[in-house]
Design a protein around this ligand. Structure first.
Ligand code: PMP
Ligand code: GLN
Length: 449
């Protein structure tokens, strides 16, 4: 008789329920909903970028375009990134030692944790936080330690989300090895100010921490992003702060900067000493990344560089991209307000938070679920949805009943207590083509009636 096949997954895999992206991508398709959930632009990618890839694909004989390339990154890509980031950080970034090309920013983050975190090491993350940090830190054996950013009552700008630095410092102990700072911030749309970053840098120095600076939305910033033009904000890259290059692993994404998220190409940039263990991981994991996309990104960055520096109004990154998202942001804000959402105006990025408390005709999910379970009291199984946060139930209802997909804010908190205290908001992606925004407007207009 053969032994029943009952394999037990490795403990490190942990929770195997669907991530918020998996659930809502499927729910949006299933319900043919307007998708404002997952963060990707659904319009045309910039033609100058796809034209470069087309040109490469038309040259099958090009070995450096189609065969394995240098494992740590295509020579042309690391050269141009070194030029760009030496300029942006005002530090000499070494092309061969300080840059590692990865399968999207996700992979760069994962390498950073795997390379530096030992069993029991603690990593400070600022919540709400991009949802992969916690699981990735745990995969590495580490302990994510959340520090909450709070929005004061009645505040309506993402820059009003504040870190309590006293609390942050109190959470640092002898096990703390790293801090993750995501700027511009997903999901709030906050752009950290120079002084907030400097305070983080001071703590990193005082307690000798490694800093992971996830800056994938670094070009989605416009100085006049705000409607009134009252406050001017500037992207400060963490590695450009005095003395910080030496302790920072900066994370970037070509998918984000050129609006081609499906290309899944990212990078980690850090001094040789800090990057070497990430490279060691990479050479035995992915080994190298897709060659034609690396070459295309390299050429697009080369094409952009003089424009960015000397003719910004001709530049995609300096002008066209931030202008486009800023315009869409304004449109989304008007639409949401009309439907009685209270919007939190973002400083940067392409997400906006909105409080749904005043939206009309929203069912009371907790009560209706409880009534249902009482009616079926002969069934011993409790309704799982009773445990789900209100914003998750609202987002599911919005998708199923109103045909519009958004992401609940609680997906970005790790503890049930913090989820329960922050269950009134949704995150909306506004980097969508006009057709999608107009479809969303129709749905939202009906919500206001
Ligand atoms: N960091 C943040 C804050 C993100 O929002 C994302 C999602 N784009 C990533 C990292 C991962 O980026 P990529 O698609 O390049 O893997
Ligand atoms: N970073 C994107 C977002 O925040 C997409 C994440 C994903 O699809 N895994 O929406």
């Amino acid at each position: 008789m053969s032994t029943p096949f009952n394999p037990v997954p490795a403990e490190r895999v942990g929770d195997q329920s669907a991530s918020i992206w998996t659930e809502f991508a499927a729910l949006a398709v299933e319900n043919k909903a307007v998708n404002l959930g997952q963060g990707f632009p659904d319009g045309s990618a910039p033609k100058f970028v796809t034209d470069i890839l087309k040109k490469i694909s038309e040259k099958p004989e090009m070995v450096d375009g189609h065969q394995y390339t240098r494992g740590y990154g295509h020579p042309k890509l690391v050269e141009t990134l070194a030029k760009w980031y030496s300029y942006l950080y005002e530090v000499a970034v070494n092309a061969s030692d300080d840059i590692l090309i990865t399968v999207g920013a996700y992979h760069a983050l994962y390498y950073a944790f795997l390379a530096w975190i030992n069993e029991g090491d603690e990593v400070i993350i600022i919540e709400p936080a991009f949802d992969c940090y916690g699981p990735q830190i745990k995969f590495a054996g580490g302990v994510p330690v959340p520090v909450l950013m709070k929005l004061p009552e009645g505040a309506d700008r993402a820059c009003d989300f504040k870190i309590d630095f006293v609390e942050l410092e109190a959470k640092i102990n002898t096990n703390t090895k790293m801090i993750v700072i995501n700027n511009p911030h997903n999901p709030t749309g906050k752009l950290f100010s120079y002084s907030e970053l400097q305070r983080t840098a001071d703590l990193a120095k005082k307690y000798n921490l490694i800093v992971v600076a996830d800056e994938v939305y670094e070009f989605h910033v416009e100085n006049t992003f705000n409607v009134q033009g009252v406050w001017k904000m500037e992207m400060v890259r963490f590695a450009s702060l005095p003395g910080m290059y030496e302790r920072t692993i900066s994370i970037g994404s070509a998918g984000k900067i050129f609006s081609v998220t499906g290309w899944k190409l990212g990078w980690a940039i850090a001094p040789k000493k800090l990057l070497a263990p990430l490279k060691a991981n990479h050479q035995n994991c992915a080994s190298s990344c897709s060659t034609p996309t690396q070459l295309a990104v390299a050429e697009a960055l080369e094409y952009e560089f003089p424009k960015y520096l000397f003719r910004p109004f001709k530049s995609y990154l300096a002008y066209k991209l931030p202008k486009e998202i800023c315009k869409k942001c304004r449109k989304m804000s008007v639409m949401l307000k009309k439907a009685n959402f209270t919007t939190i105006w973002p400083d940067a990025g392409f997400f906006m938070l909105a409080d749904y408390s005043n939206v009309k005709n929203v069912p009371n999910f907790k009560e209706s679920v409880q009534e249902e379970s009482q009616a079926e009291s002969d069934e011993p199984e409790p309704q799982i949805e009773v445990e789900d946060p209100a914003d998750l139930m609202f987002a599911r209802w919005l998708c199923r009943e109103k045909k519009i997909a958004v992401i609940p804010l609680t997906a970005f908190y790790s503890t049930n207590e913090d989820k329960n205290a922050n269950d009134k908001m949704i995150r909306v992606c506004f980097f969508k083509k006009e057709e999608t925004l107009n479809k969303a407007k129709k749905v939202l207009d009906k919500l206001s009636q």
